[in-house]
Design a protein around this ligand. Structure first.
Ligand code: PLP
Length: 479
């Protein structure tokens, strides 16, 4: 029998015929056949769900939720799996070819497997002795990626549970490195289209909301360097400290990339920290054919990159990369008094805001290894090609106003509708598209509701985009 004597069974009740009760914890003295069977069954459930994605809807109708509270006796594996199935039936379906609303692509196979292994290892990136190999993997992979993005020989970083956290840690690190910890009047400059996580960061850092200065964008949704230069000079004259300038490489609604070389030149002139929020766009720098879209990325002090948004690395997967990763410890180290000293540069828990942290690096590492450089290039290329196809289908219609950029996002709205009419149109058209299994999102941008398409889903075919464009053309006011 595989269950070790010291490990108590969770379920004391006799298992129903044909089912074997599950040990609460895997036996440490030999392979646990119940656990193995359970994981096989769970994997099979997942594979079936993924495989049926195309015949379901991207966004399911309301589903039944199983009971949430534990029963007196623990449940047998079959009940657990049946309950799981109910939750899966109500889940958003990223593997559907019509899932085009958000930056949430289908999950990559190696990444799914690594997530499972990560759970089984149950290591903790807080400290090296709780994650010896994973800590080294994180350090090495962050250094490699920071090097690929051009941050230099000393560069590195840390994984974080999402881009919002990466952005926050970047700003805390910038503040510390500029000695502005006590200045409540310090400001951050970014474009009008920068991500809302910067507003949250200001709040967390105890800075006034107005301290986030959002500069107007040009017709392509990019920060205007001249306006930045002018504002930086004004701030310098007024003696107001600048904590950082945040440029966005891939804005959330249309995928615009701020002009990084010019922005960096102005930052250098004043000695300001340049953070690039590349949550969406930084991965394009890994594809040689698209690297030039990100020119100037290497001039950043710090970069946020979210491999979860296009590469299919399962959530969450975000990295904060820095030219001088040692600054992370200056900002966050506490000495971790209850841990052995670090063998390397520092413990993971000393390099960022999070304490206990899963080995998320595993699914990024294995996912990138599965894709290979050619696979990354193909994903990026496919996404851009689909955006071009959709632009070609929509651009000829003079009734439509497109808001796009160089990446794989495209927003649009009817040109002549006021705010209220755009709200109604976008809502009706989103419903009409959903009825045809095409899921778009409906961002509010520059005073109007738009419909937005994210073209990172590798299952989406030209025929889906043609169908989408027919519905959109049909939705437009005549005239
Ligand atoms: C998604 C996004 C973020 C935030 O990332 P999360 O992982 O959702 O926290 C930050 N910046 C940009 C530009 C984004 O698109």
């Amino acid at each position: 029998m595989a269950s070790a004597p010291s490990v108590q069974r969770l379920s004391q009740a006799p298992a129903p015929a044909g089912t074997a009760a599950l040990s609460g914890f895997a036996s440490p003295v030999g392979l646990d056949p119940q656990l193995e069977r359970f994981l096989h069954q769970a994997s099979s459930l997942l594979c079936q769900w993924l495989g049926q994605a195309g015949s379901a809807a991207p966004l399911p109708a309301l589903s039944v939720l199983p009971a949430v509270e534990p029963e007196l006796q623990g449940l047998a594996p079959e009940r657990l799996l049946a309950d799981l199935q109910l939750v899966m039936e109500g889940a958003f379906n990223p593997n559907h070819p019509g899932a085009l609303a958000h930056l949430d692509p289908p999950p990559l196979a190696a990444s799914i497997a690594a997530d499972l292994i990560c759970a089984g290892l149950n290591n903790n990136l807080l400290a090296e002795e709780l994650s010896p190999s994973l800590t080294r993997l994180e350090r090495s992979l962050c250094s490699w990626l920071a090097g690929e993005l051009g941050l230099g020989d000393r560069s590195g970083g840390v994984a974080a549970s999402g881009g919002s956290l990466s952005n926050l840690m970047a700003l805390v690190t910038a503040r510390r490195s500029r000695g502005l910890g006590c200045r409540g009047d310090a400001v951050v400059l970014c474009s009008a289209d920068a991500h809302v996580s910067l507003d949250k960061a200001m709040a967390v850092m105890g800075l006034a909301a107005e301290g986030l200065i959002r500069l107007p964008v040009d017709a392509q949704g990019r920060m205007q360097p001249d306006a930045l230069a002018e504002r930086l000079d004004q701030l310098a004259q007024a003696g107001i400290p600048v904590l950082a300038v945040v440029a966005t490489a891939g804005t959330t609604v249309r995928g615009a990339i701020d002009p990084l070389p010019a922005i960096s030149a102005h930052c250098r002139r004043h000695g300001h920290w340049l953070h690039v929020d590349g949550a969406i766009g930084a991965v394009f720098a890994l594809a040689p054919a698209h690297r030039q879209r990100l020119s100037g990325l290497e001039l950043a002090d710090s970069i946020t990159v979210n491999p979860q948004k296009l590469l299919g690395i399962t959530k969450t997967s975000s990295l904060l990369l820095l030219a001088e990763p040692g600054l992370l410890q200056q900002a966050f180290a506490t000495g971790l008094p209850y841990m052995e000293p670090s063998w390397g540069p520092s413990h993971g828990g000393e390099s960022g805001l999070q304490g206990s942290r899963p080995g998320e690096i595993l699914k990024l590492w294995l996912g990138l290894r599965q894709l290979g450089r050619s696979g990354i290039e193909a994903l990026v290329e496919g996404a851009i090609m689909r955006r071009r196809q959709l632009v070609a289908l929509l651009a000829a219609d003079p009734r439509l106003q497109l808001a796009g950029g160089p990446l794989h996002l495209l927003a649009f709205r009817p040109r002549d509708l006021d705010a209220e009419a755009s709200d109604g149109w976008s809502s009706r058209t989103r419903q009409a598209l959903l009825a045809e299994q095409l899921m778009l999102s409906r961002p509010w941008y520059q005073g109007r509701h738009h419909l937005k398409v994210v073209l990172g889903n590798p299952h989406t075919q030209a025929s889906h985009l043609e169908h989408l464009s027919r519905i959109v053309h049909g939705s437009l006011p005549h005239g």
